[in-house]
Design a protein around this ligand. Structure first.
Ligand SMILES: [Zn+2]
Length: 105
């Protein structure tokens, strides 16, 4: 499902000064069914989710992937960490190779 920042199908109300509010009655509803009663949970679903916060619909914490909020020098980006690991492995293999030549392993 595409999440473009709006609650799907929800009617948007402009309260004042461009502040947006959602008409609670048009929000997508949680699809969970309560074990005790067999009735649908009627809480509004979380943004971009099919369930409410109570029924495992919470939006994961943290920024979107690829954001540069804490970016300082790029030494610990996923790519740099992968490259460093690869370089270490190559170095290790080279050491093994040299040791084999020296010690005739
Ligand atoms: Zn629910």
């Amino acid at each position: 499902m595409q999440d473009d920042g709006d609650r799907d199908g929800a009617r948007i109300w402009y309260i004042s000064n461009g502040v947006r509010g959602f008409d609670v009655n048009t929000l997508p509803r949680c699809r969970a069914i309560a074990k005790a009663t067999g009735n649908r949970c009627k809480r509004p679903a979380q943004k971009g989710r099919r369930h409410c916060g109570v029924h495992n619909g919470t939006v994961p914490a943290g920024g979107p992937k690829g954001n540069k909020n804490a970016y300082k020098h790029g030494l610990y980006t996923n790519e740099a960490v992968k490259e460093n690991r690869l370089a270490r492995e190559l170095l290790h293999e080279a050491e093994d190779f040299i040791n084999q030549i020296i010690h005739g392993g």
